[in-house]
Design a protein around this ligand. Sequence first.
Ligand SMILES: Nc1ncnc2c1ncn2[C@@H]1O[C@H](COP(=O)(O)OP(=O)(O)O)[C@@H](O)[C@H]1O
Ligand SMILES: [Mg+2]
Length: 154
Amino acid sequence: MRGPVSAGITGRRTGGPARTTGLLGLWDLPCVAASARTARGHVRARLREETFHGDLDTVSLLVSELVTNSVRYSESGLAARPGTVSVVLARDARFAEIDVIDAGSRWSTPTVLHLPLGAERGRGLRLVREFSASWGVVIDASGCCVWFRVPWDG
Ligand SMILES: Nc1ncnc2c1ncn2[C@@H]1O[C@H](COP(=O)(O)OP(=O)(O)O)[C@@H](O)[C@H]1O
Ligand SMILES: [Mg+2]
């Protein structure tokens, strides 16, 4: 998938939030495990520069979970031939929004799992649901975008 950001804020279709106005950053990263760390570093640094007053640790955690999911489950994350995971950071007057975009998967879609407490897996999207103001998934022919918003002022 080239121009994966087209699935995100700039070209959001049904299922996305209202358009977010200010694009703060866009990073195309190799869809490998190490990019979770890279992504959270970029997002943190940019939010700091922009004097974000929300919870940076929460944003970092959620970015990591989503990038890790792209690596594990999307076709961008195929170990033999990693593609791209794109991270978009944007804001409007009230919220910071992060979009994590991959090439999608024939086998799975992002789904909140309802596993017993203490299960080894199934926490990532629950954390996103719990700690974001809103979130969602947009899937189209060009790929899969999982987005979330957190209050800009905490
Ligand atoms: N980017 C993605 N592409 C395809 N499927 C995904 C993606 N992210 C999550 N999923 C699906 O949603 C499920 C739940 O994700 P998550 O809550 O992070 O739990 P876990 O990663 O521990 O399984 C995953 O097991 C996977 O099947
Ligand atoms: Mg996960």
